[in-house]
Ligand binder design. Structure first.
Ligand code: CUA
Length: 330
């Protein structure tokens, strides 16, 4: 039940109650000390008021070590509690579970675009199943935006030139507000949408194209002909990537099968992890990190591919093979 004047948004994700608990703790600590200080100011003002003109000033007090220690250690203890509690929560919010379902997000003036692994695309509307961790990999086509779903208690900036991620696990079906929480231009206030949480079965039906709104269909959402990786594969051919990045054997560029999530040795001796940000950078600014044993021959694709297309290419590269793992232990 929502009260007539909603003070707090609904708690609709697994972290919502934990975020609120910390918030209420901070509120209680602040409220307690604000009240205590107000009370003492008035109490002392009355108790130690000057009663007559002839009353002499009170004696000077030089200090009290026990008192000093008390009001130093108590705040220290409280702030350590706040720090540890917040840090634990922060780590939980910053690290998506391994089995999280990945959805790509592109923010731009002034809309949100979502790409599901199966190829569904949505504008300003995101359908997700309840009870399953969802990881969003987000990029922006222009300026900084911020992905904010109050009911999930998650907010993450979407920053030009890199991927940021946010994850949540919705707990109950429903429709929840999605806001852009970073001023991004004229229609910032209109950059809103909703996250629709469905029961897993309904979600399957939605994936099949049964529950889609006309807007979603316009965005190409209805029963996609191909997966995100397949779209990426087509782009890969169309942009001519396959000429140098051969699937088998050695081309002019590195082999991409099994690349994702592996460690890559660079010409300058550094080793980097081939995550989404690395792949994106290598597409837009290939000279930034040259793989050991290769020449800096790849042209930049800056301006030739959109952010949503880069995400399709990454989905394709991811699909090319699993992590290069050591021999299985038995
Ligand atoms: Cu996008 Cu504000």
């Amino acid at each position: 039940m929502q009260p007539a004047v909603p003070l707090f948004p609904e708690q609709a994700s697994t972290v919502a109650a934990r975020v609120d608990a910390l918030y209420f703790f901070l509120l209680a600590v602040s409220g307690f000390f604000a009240g205590l200080i107000f009370f003492l100011i008035i109490y002392f003002a009355v108790k130690y008021r000057r009663r007559s003109e002839s009353e002499p000033p009170p004696p000077r007090i030089a200090g009290d070590l026990r008192l000093e220690a008390f009001w130093t250690l108590v705040p220290l203890a409280i702030t350590v509690v706040i720090f540890v509690w917040s840090a634990v929560l922060y780590v939980a919010l910053a690290r998506p579970p391994e089995d999280a379902m990945e959805i790509f997000v592109v923010a731009r003036q002034w809309m949100w675009k979502f790409q599901h692994p199966d190829g569904q695309q949505e504008i300003n509307e995101l359908h997700v199943p309840a009870g399953r961790p969802i990881k969003l990999v987000m990029a922006t086509q222009d300026v900084i935006h911020s992905f904010f779903v109050p009911a999930f208690r998650v907010k993450q900036d979407v920053v030009p030139g890199r991927y940021t991620t946010v994850w949540f696990e919705a707990t109950k079906p429903g429709s929840y507000h999605l806001f852009c929480a970073e001023y991004c231009g004229t229609a910032h206030s209109a950059m809103i949408g909703r996250v629709v949480v469905l029961e897993p079965k309904q979600y399957e039906a939605w994936l099949g194209g049964a529950l889609q709104t006309p807007e979603a269909r316009l965005a190409g959402g209805a029963r996609p002909a191909e997966s995100l990786a397949a779209m990426g594969g087509k782009l890969f051919q169309r942009l001519g990537c396959a000429t140098c990045h051969r699937l088998e054997g050695r081309g002019i560029g590195p082999v991409l099968a099994g690349l994702f999530d592996s460690e890559v040795r660079l010409q300058d001796g550094r080793t980097v992890k081939a995550d989404e940000s690395y792949l994106r950078e290598s597409i837009l600014n290939p000279q930034a990190k040259i793989v050991a044993g290769f020449q800096p021959l790849m042209p930049s694709f800056q301006g030739r591919v959109r952010e949503d297309e880069i995400q399709q290419l990454i989905a394709y590269i991811k699909s090319l093979g699993p992590k290069v793992a050591g021999p299985e232990k038995r």
